[in-house]
Design a protein around this ligand. Structure first.
Ligand code: ADP
Ligand code: TRP
Length: 321
């Protein structure tokens, strides 16, 4: 199974990103041929600060490597390093009916949020199709908001194959249906855009302060508390096995401990869970040259796959040689 996905370079990752996406990738890299890239060209559609886009790209790579993405198992690269994807993007554009893009929710949502509707934002799904089809991926793990983009990819690939034969593998989106939504400080879905996140790599002081901001009810210390409605409990669960969940649940129901105690406990859980990863992150933060070497090697290997595929595509559409 060839599995491919892209992780946007949009700044620090939070617990929602970890438990909702990265953790699955760490599992997948054990069993699948995993292709993982940082779509910095896609990010350009909304991020217009050059310095930030540049630093976020290397930050995303350092984060993925620190969290356990292993370049010996997973092909990790930056989208813009393999130029073939832009050539394929143009060719696929010629096989993409306008109506297909006009129906894209992602585009409409972004425009509704006030993002200036430039052409790259509109044709975003075509570049995404090129990302997927260039590497003949079968499976594309994505969040729910990206399913339509994978469907657009399928439509473009089928249309192209109908005219030119079996060039492209038709990919399938893989969505974890039973994945819990990680709640943020206010109990709503943890998301950068809601400002309610707990980032993975905070200093101990920042982490303590963030956890301290989780909204809890005002049940007095001595009274029993309901774990099922508590945000601190919901977050703690992510780090505990069944026995740990049971023990914490009993502490809630026994009474005698306040939310302050439970917050301290959660802070310790998060701090300990990411201890080794935090050390790796500190290392990569001071060794960007090593991160760049890993990305260059990834791009070289990705290019080895992309180049012959592009040759085939140029030939079938009649690009002069
Ligand atoms: P954000 O909402 O912070 O901008 P993204 O939309 O960039 O996050 O999400 C990147 C990945 O992380 C997606 O696969 C998404 O499904 C997952 N993810 C983000 N927030 C959560 C959450 N609160 N719970 C579970 N998964 C999440
Ligand atoms: N659009 C995806 C997102 O916002 C990122 C992405 C770009 C992607 N190209 C991709 C994901 C190809 C999967 C496959 O999350």
């Amino acid at each position: 199974m060839k599995t491919l996905t892209g992780i946007q370079p949009s700044g620090a990752l939070h617990l929602g990103n970890y438990f909702g996406a990265i953790k699955q990738m760490l599992d997948l890299q054990k069993s699948d041929e995993l292709f993982l890239f940082i779509p910095n060209l896609h990010a350009l559609t909304t991020l217009k600060n050059a310095q930030l886009l540049n630093s976020n790209t290397i930050e995303a790579a350092s984060t993925l490597l620190s969290l356990g993405i292993d370049p010996a198992k997973t092909l990790l690269w930056v989208q813009s390093d393999v130029k073939e994807v832009l050539e394929l993007y143009w060719i696929l554009s010629a096989y993409t009916p306008m109506g297909l893009l006009e129906r894209a929710h992602g585009y409409k949502d972004k425009v509704a949020k006030g993002i200036a509707p430039n052409h790259a934002l509109f044709s975003y799904p075509v570049l995404m199709a090129a990302d997927i089809l260039l590497y003949s991926a079968n499976r594309v793990p994505v969040g729910k908001d990206q399913i339509q983009h994978v469907e657009i990819t399928r439509d473009i690939a089928i249309k192209f194959n109908n005219e030119h034969g079996d060039i492209f593998t038709i990919p399938e989106a893989k969505v974890e249906e039973n994945l819990a939504t990680v709640p943020g400080l206010d109990g709503a879905k943890m998301s950068k855009s809601y400002g309610n996140t707990i980032d993975i790599f905070l200093s101990e002081k920042e982490l303590k302060s963030r956890v301290g901001k989780i909204i809890t009810d005002s049940t007095p210390v001595e009274e029993p508390k309901d774990p099922s409605t508590c945000n601190v409990f919901a977050l703690s669960k992510l780090f505990l096995d069944e026995k740990g969940v049971q023990a914490l649940s009993e502490r809630y129901q026994r009474g005698g401990e306040g939310h302050g105690h439970f917050k301290m406990y959660l802070k310790e859980l998060i701090w300990d869970y990411f201890a080794a990863q935090r050390e790796k992150k500190a290392y990569f933060d001071t060794h960007h040259d090593e991160v760049r070497d890993i990305l260059s090697e990834g791009a070289r290997r990705a290019h080895e796959i992309a180049a012959p595929m592009m040759e085939k595509i140029r030939q079938v559409v009649g690009i002069y040689k």
